[in-house]
Design a protein around this ligand. Structure first.
Ligand code: ADP
Ligand code: ASP
Ligand code: MG
Length: 409
């Protein structure tokens, strides 16, 4: 008998028929002789509509994060109960548990809490009594019993963390595509399913926009060595295995291409070229809780320089307010320019560590596709560019083809 953790995402439980489909699959797994913990997300669209409702009742400002967590946790709570009912209706034995009931304890950072530890006693007890445990994704509780949520896409993290805590033999992430592809298959039709991928590559892809997995969940899986499989809830096709790096993996230079839309660029012109200026600028941005992605500073000319950086477009108003408060003190000529409607395209692969020419191939493909590069950044296993948002799809297709990633027709 194996211990299996499965996770079903929002689309997979998007309507009553889909919930019954998942219930059937979960029950089949148990009937094949396994103990099963099944994590579910809120039904698709539910989390977004709860966020919308919260904003509608608080037109005067951002709703309190503590209350957001109480609200958002209800999405997953609905699905665990419904799936448990569907399993019971099919003749199975199931019990639903919220994150708190399952012993998932987090820090106090509402809306993006981190899991501190898991005490899975109740989970083990329910499993030993022959139940399927239906576990609410995306949530936990602080030591003082406050409900918390784990950031968007956080049900992936619930599944991986629980699999690690109960030492599951298998962790399966069921979603609405057949696995992790070389690029989002909804954008690049020629994308191919990747049979195996290293944690590092999956992490870079996830954090540069491939939202098939929540990046924090991949980080957690890497840290605790939880291997997992991404596959479809709608068929039985083999999926993608995410695991530690193996020697053969480096022979592929680029494993995948990621896109991230809704980015914005902030440029500060004519800042004095002296120590401490960047610290002031990025200190103000950090104070405003805005996460900065790429940063470029020009070579100074005549004692002045320009600094550009990118952030999520949604954070632009916060960043502008923070900067307008500090810029006048930096110098009279300092000006601020912002640009939204831009997007990031990244190529990722551990083979980049030992192969040259990745940037050249990427830039040539972008030039041939007539996509203008606005910014460039590189890391050990990633090369990324910013382009205009309307050019991102053609850019992704061109780069995908240039690295030989297109599936055989
Ligand atoms: P779930 O609700 O199951 O968590 P998500 O919507 O979070 O599902 O993630 C699945 C989606 O991720 C797919 O429908 C696909 O459009 C998108 N996606 C983005 N990049 C990739 C990729 N490289 N491989 C597979 N899917 C991807
Ligand atoms: N329901 C949450 C979200 O939409 C968590 C998840 O689906 O993983 O972000
Ligand atoms: Mg998801």
């Amino acid at each position: 008998m194996s211990l299996i953790v499965q996770k079903y995402g929002g689309t997979s439980v998007g309507n009553p028929e889909r919930i019954r489909n998942c219930a059937r699959r979960i029950l089949e797994t148990q009937r094949a002789g396994h103990k099963v913990v099944a994590v579910v997300s809120a039904m698709s669209g539910v989390t977004d509509s709860l966020i919308k409702l919260a904003r509608e009742v608080s037109p005067g400002g951002e709703p309190a994060e503590r209350e957001m967590d109480v609200l958002l946790a209800t999405g997953e709570q609905t699905t665990i109960a419904l799936t448990a009912m569907a399993i019971q209706d099919l003749g199975g034995k199931a019990v639903s548990l919220t994150g708190a009931q399952a012993g998932i304890s987090t820090d106090r950072v509402h809306t993006k809490a981190r899991i501190r530890n898991i005490t899975p006693d109740a989970v083990h007890r329910m499993l030993d009594e022959g139940n399927i445990v239906m576990l609410a994704g995306f949530q936990g509780a602080t030591d003082s019993g406050e409900i918390t949520t784990l950031g968007r896409g956080g049900s992936d993290l619930t599944a991986i963390a629980m699999a690690g805590a109960i030492k599951a033999d298998l962790c399966q992430i069921f979603t609405d595509v057949d696995g992790v592809y070389t690029c989002d298959p909804r954008v690049v039709k020629a994308a191919a399913k990747i049979p195996e991928i290293s944690y590092d590559e999956m992490l870079e892809m996830a954090s540069s926009g491939s939202k098939v997995m929540q990046s924090r969940s991949v980080e957690f899986a890497k840290k605790f060595g939880v291997r997992f499989e991404v596959r479809s809830s709608l068929n039985n096709n083999p999926g993608t295995l995410v695991k530690e790096e193996t020697p053969g993996m480096e022979s592929v230079v680029v494993r995948g291409v990621s896109l991230e839309r809704n980015q914005a660029k902030v440029t500060i012109d004519d800042v004095p070229d002296r120590p401490g200026i960047s610290a002031v600028i990025f200190g103000a941005i950090a104070q405003a809780n805005v996460v900065v992605d790429m940063i470029v500073q020009n070579v100074a000319f005549d004692g002045e320089t320009d600094i550009s950086f990118t952030i999520a477009a949604a954070d632009l108003p916060k960043a502008e307010t923070a900067l307008r408060a500090i810029l006048p003190a930096l110098g009279e000529k300092v000006t601020l320019r912002t640009e939204s409607g831009i997007a990031k395209l990244s190529v990722v692969g551990i083979g980049m560590r030992s192969h040259s020419g990745v940037a050249a191939t990427m830039f040539r493909a972008l030039a041939d596709a007539n996509a203008n590069i606005l910014m460039i950044s590189t890391s050990e296993i990633k090369t990324a560019v910013i382009v205009r948002e309307e050019e991102i799809e053609k850019a992704a297709r061109a780069v995908h083809t240039a690295f030989g990633l297109d599936a055989a027709a």
